[in-house]
Write a protein that binds this ligand. Structure first.
Ligand SMILES: [Zn+2]
Length: 290
C-alpha cells in the first residue's frame, strides 16, 4: 500500500511539475507578447508623433507664401511708421529709396550684384522684356518689383487715353505674375505723373489705379541719366549731389541701362550710408507714394 501510495504521489508530482512548467512557459510567452505589443505601441506612438511633426512642417510650407507676405507687410508697415516719425520731427533717421527705371537690361545684373555686395534693397520699375532671369533675381533678392507699363511708348499712344495706359499696366502685371508669382501694386508713370498731366489723362489714370489697389510714385532727385542733354551740363555724380542734397526721405531716380550710373552706384551707396541714410525698398505703404 505504502509503495502504491508513493508511486501515485510521484505521478502527481510529475503531472504537477509538467503543469507548472506549462504555466511558466505560457507566462513567459505572455510577458514577451506584452513586451512586444508595448514596443509596437511605442513605435506607433513615435511614428504618429513624427507624422504630426511632419504634418506641421508641411503646413508651414503650404502657408509659406502667406507667411512671407505677412512678414513683408509688417516690414513695410514699420518703414511707414518710421517715415511718419521722421516727418513729424520725432526721429533723426533718414531714408533713401534707390529706384531704377526702364529695365531689365543686361546691365541690371551688375546693378543687382552691387546691391547684393552692399547689402541694400532697391526698387525696379520695369517694362515688358525678354528678361525672365532678371525679373526673378529682383524678386528673389528682396527688391521691390514695380510696374512702369509694358511698352513705355510715351509718344506713341501710351497716354492717348486712361484705358490705353491701364491696358499696359494690366498686361505687365500679368506678365510679371506669370514669371515671378509676384503681383505688384506700385506703378511709376513713364516720364513721371507730370508727363501724364500734359496729355490730360493723369487724374483719370490715378483714379483707375486707385480702384485697382495701385499707387504711383514720382521721384525727388536723380542722377540725370534719363537724358543726354542733362549730362552735357553736369555729371551723374553732380546731379546726384545737387538734387538729393539734404532730403530726409529721398526717392532717387536712376536707369539700369546707363553705365555712368552703374559705375558710380557703389559711391552713391557709400555716400548715403556715411550720411546716415537707411537705404530701403519702396512699397505702396510709403508716404512717398500717392
Ligand atoms: Zn521710364
Amino acid at each position: 500500500m505504502v509503495e502504491g501510495n508513493s508511486r501515485e504521489y510521484g505521478l502527481v508530482l510529475v503531472i504537477l511539475s509538467i503543469l507548472a512548467s506549462l504555466i511558466i512557459c505560457l507566462d513567459l510567452k505572455t510577458i514577451y507578447e506584452n513586451r512586444r505589443l508595448k514596443e509596437e505601441l511605442n513605435d506607433n506612438l513615435l511614428f504618429e508623433r513624427n507624422i504630426d511633426t511632419l504634418n506641421e512642417k508641411i503646413n508651414e510650407y503650404i502657408n509659406i507664401d502667406e507667411t512671407i507676405e505677412n512678414k513683408k507687410e509688417e516690414y513695410f508697415n514699420s518703414i511707414r511708421k518710421l517715415e511718419d516719425q521722421i516727418l513729424e520731427g520725432k526721429s533723426d533717421a533718414k531714408i533713401a529709396y534707390l529706384t531704377f527705371d526702364d529695365g531689365p537690361y543686361q546691365l541690371t545684373n551688375q546693378v543687382l550684384d552691387i546691391l547684393k555686395e552692399n547689402d541694400v534693397k532697391a526698387t525696379f520699375f520695369v517694362l515688358g522684356k525678354d528678361a525672365e532671369d532678371r525679373y526673378k533675381r529682383i524678386v528673389n533678392e528682396g527688391h521691390t518689383l514695380a510696374n512702369h507699363t509694358y511698352y513705355h511708348n510715351i509718344g506713341k499712344g501710351l497716354y492717348r487715353s486712361p484705358e490705353s495706359f491701364m491696358s499696359q499696366v494690366n498686361q505687365l502685371e500679368d506678365y510679371l505674375y506669370n514669371i515671378t508669382g509676384y503681383k505688384t501694386n506700385l506703378v511709376r508713370f513713364p516720364g513721371g505723373s507730370e508727363t501724364a498731366n500734359t496729355f490730360h489723362v493723369r487724374d483719370s489714370i490715378i483714379e483707375q489705379l486707385h480702384n485697382k489697389g495701385y499707387k504711383y510714385v514720382d521721384w525727388t532727385c536723380e542722377t540725370g541719366d534719363g537724358s543726354s542733354k542733362r549730362l552735357q551740363q553736369k555729371s551723374e555724380w553732380e546731379w546726384y549731389k545737387d538734387t538729393c542734397n539734404g532730403q530726409k526721405i529721398m526717392v532717387l531716380l536712376m536707369h539700369d541701362y546707363h553705365e555712368g550710373t552703374v559705375k558710380i552706384l557703389p559711391e552713391i551707396i557709400n555716400d548715403l550710408k556715411s550720411q546716415g541714410y537707411l537705404i530701403l525698398p519702396l512699397s505702396n505703404k510709403s508716404v512717398m507714394v500717392k
